[in-house]
Write a protein that binds this ligand. Structure first.
Ligand code: CA
Length: 729
């Protein structure tokens, strides 16, 4: 550990008492601001907290602070490789639970913690921020942005949050309802807050972690499924003033363009009125700052709606959907782009994590960017100009045969065009890889990441087929697919459905070689962390948190958490003790998919927790009882077959995105086949009047009539009876 850091840590211990007085409200953080670098040699009389003093230089030189995890991907390169090795192939058998913190939430946990000195900063559901003693889990402060719970209906994938940025004594968090909030790192008190949303008539949300560099904080948003126009904004880290904004897709051309890049992009949208639905192109996850070129890389999401014929009936690539866009970090000016999926037709976002590295490619050292987006190809680009260097498939990609390395474009499989009839396609909208973290060991040129095979049957919306256009529905998803009849379409084509599978892969980004593959029991698993201890850590759907031999994939250690896991593990070291952390709690984009396999969350519940492990630690996790998932006897119904069918379509259009296809929940939102008598009796109050909006279940009386609610209720009872009967047989 560098000497300066050691000094700051000692100073910190002296000052912690002073900080506590601030937390208790006995101090004045405004008048006792920390010095610019935080490494003061001030005596104990100075009460200012010095925690969270991360600056550009510390992030760029993170290699000299192996014990800290200073930024989302550990440093600006976002390789997520921990240089720690106390926990290694020989010692990992002694790894045990050091502390556990209950989040009091049954929603998915997705955060990457930031660990600086001995404080861990992380987020939980509803964008709530915690600062905790990283050795014990003791809360130092907690900040709740008080996101209105009915906002759950406006976000696709639960009230999730992927973490904070810590920078120059501040903690930055994006709230689900679209605010960017700066907190004092020492006290958790709010310093400033800005509303990042340009149009509150549209369902914008924030789930991603901000990034901070060069005095600015960068944040994007989500909401493409609901019909929005995506953008990224840079704010002055100190004041919260907007510095620049880059829209990822063009708006209505008759209103002019914000910059020349969008004028160029608009030429690739043809014949439609995409801006009325939104266009899409949200940057809801990956924003990576590159100090080598002073670039910010924007990982841009899918089209809104998903189907290109509706957005752009005249064809075209629809820039910058599904692209990696490089902009100047100071001005937001466009530099270059690479589009992974021209004319995206499948929800193939390129928002997945991006890593920066230097690799020898064909005999030349190059500064590269690597990404495994949803479309199933692993890309290596030259960061100087966006040139495509490699694009190997990492899962079956039935939508395209390969990437043409001359044109840099995918060669689509015409047989799977779903313009006229439904087609099963791999990857589906969960992607061959999603936001779950990947980790790069540069010494062996190996990327470790969770990959998956999970298909969707794509069918163009009935409304579009009948009318030639789709009207945006402001209060639910606008996919351009036939979602209402999805259950029926699946039933009719179930024999052709490709199987689902999930993997942890050790992958060479240049050759496309799989060095090893561990196949999981379920497709939807956690992020990966590789360490210099020769280990790869990953949590899975079955509740196992595992350490794999990084050369062979052999499982060397495993811990049962009794909850499915998505979150990225990280590692840090304090007082010569290495820790490995991971959050438990699944869900996210998987809500729609219904019940497949007995995941830990299905078996026991979805316990949102932070778990931290260290050698020879012996804390125990409570062992839950298995849930009773037997479908109860249902109330009598008198609905006609037509009413039940109507309820099926409404259910899949409005309810299934959270409660699951065929009313089978993945275990996060309530499984509506298991409703109790009291829920049946208050069905209208819940579904229409919103009596449970405080829990996130907003009322739908603006969209649904009492007759609609009756039809949905009848469908649910009918579906429950069908599944109950099947279980008894
Ligand atoms: Ca999407």
């Amino acid at each position: 550990m560098p000497e300066q850091n050691r000094v700051s840590k000692i100073t910190y211990k002296i000052l912690y008492v002073g900080m506590l007085s601030l937390v208790m409200g006995c101090g004045d953080s405004q008048s006792e601001a920390p010095t610019a670098d935080g490494h003061t040699d001030a005596g104990p009389r100075v009460a200012a907290p010095i925690i969270g003093q991360i600056d550009d230089a510390r992030i760029e030189n993170a290699a000299s602070e192996p014990g800290n995890w200073l930024a989302y991907g550990r440093d600006y390169s976002e390789q997520r490789f921990s240089p720690l090795e106390q926990v290694n192939r020989s010692s990992v058998g002694r790894l045990g639970l050091a502390w556990m913190k209950d989040m009091g939430s049954n929603f998915a946990q997705e955060a990457t913690p930031i660990v600086v000195d001995d404080t861990m900063f992380f987020t939980s559901s509803w964008s709530i921020v915690y600062a905790a003693d990283a050795r014990t889990g003791e809360t130092r402060w907690r900040y709740d942005p008080e996101v209105p719970r009915e906002f759950l209906r406006k976000a696709c994938c639960g009230p999730v949050n992927r973490g904070v940025a810590v920078y120059k004594g501040r903690v930055y968090v994006g709230s689900l309802d679209g605010r960017l909030i700066a907190l004092d790192a020492g006290t958790g008190q709010k310093v400033w807050e800005v509303d990042t949303v340009t149009d509150h008539g549209r369902n914008y949300s924030i789930t991603g972690a901000p990034r901070a560099a060069r005095g600015k904080v960068f944040i994007g948003n989500g909401g493409a499924e609901f019909g929005v126009r995506g953008y990224v904004t840079a704010y002055d880290a100190n004041t919260g003033q907007q510095v620049w904004r880059f829209f990822n897709v063009p708006g209505d051309p008759s209103l002019g363009f914000e910059n020349p890049a969008l004028e160029m992009a608009a030429k690739t949208w043809k014949g439609g009125e995409w801006w009325k639905i939104g266009g899409g192109g949200t940057a809801w996850n990956s924003l990576v700052f590159d100090p080598d070129f002073n670039n910010l890389y924007i990982g841009v999401g899918n089209g809104s709606p998903w189907t290109r014929v509706i957005r752009s009936p005249g064809g075209g690539d629809n820039l910058f959907l599904a692209s990696i866009v490089a902009v100047d970090a100071d001005t937001g000016a466009y530099k270059w782009h690479y589009q992974t999926t021209p004319g995206d037709n499948w929800d193939y976002t390129a928002v997945q994590d991006m890593m920066l590295a230097e690799l020898e490619v064909d005999g030349v050292m190059r500064k590269v960017l690597m990404q495994a987006p949803k479309n199933g190809f692993f890309y290596v680009l030259d960061r100087s100009d966006g040139k495509l260097l490699r694009a190997h498939p990492f899962v079956p990609t039935t939508w395209a045969t390969h990437i043409d390395m001359v044109t840099g474009r995918p060669v689509e499989n015409a047989e799977l065009d779903y313009l006229n009839e439904p087609k099963w396609i791999l990857p589906g909208p969960l992607g061959g890889h999603n936001w779950q973290s990947m980790s790069f060991d540069a010494s062996t040129r190996t990327v470790y990441f969770p990959a998956q095979e999970h298909p969707l049957i794509y069918q163009l919306s009935d409304e579009y087929k009948q009318n030639g256009f789709v009207k945006r529905n402001p209060s639910t998803m606008n996919l351009g697919l036939e979602i209402g009849r999805l259950s029926q379409i699946i039933d009719e084509n179930v024999d052709a459905m490709p199987a689902s599978a999930g993997y942890l892969k050790a992958f060479d980004p240049l050759t496309g070689e799989e060095k090893w593959v561990h196949e999981h029991l379920h497709y939807w698993n956690g992020g990966a962390l590789a360490t210099r201890g020769g280990l790869v850590f990953q949590g899975d759907a079955m509740g196992n948190f595992s350490a794999y031999h990084s050369d062979t994939g052999e499982i060397l250690w495993q811990f049962q958490t009794y909850t499915s896991i998505l979150a990225p593990p990280i590692s840090f070291e304090i007082d010569d003790r290495q820790y490995v952390s991971v959050m438990t709690g699944a869900g996210g984009g998987d809500h729609f998919n219904g019940y497949v396999n007995d995941t830990a969350t299905i078996q026991y519940g979805n316990f949102g927790r932070m778990l931290v492990f260290a050698l020879d630690a012996t804390e125990e996790i409570p062992v839950p009882e298995a849930l009773d998932r037997q479908i109860p006897i249902q109330p009598e119904i008198t609905a006609s077959a037509e009413e039940i069918q109507h309820g099926d379509v409404l259910y899949h259009g409005y309810c299934a995105p959270c409660h699951g296809i065929n009313a089978a929940s993945v275990g996060v939102m309530p499984d509506l086949r298991l409703m109790r008598p009291s829920t049946h009796q208050t069905f209208h109050q819940i579904v229409l009047d919103g009596v449970r909006s405080g829990m996130g279940m907003a009322g739908f009386s603006d969209d649904l009539t009492p007759q609609d609610a009756n039809a949905i209720h009848a469908y649910l009872i009918s579906r429950a009876n069908r599944d109950r009967q099947a279980a008894l047989e």
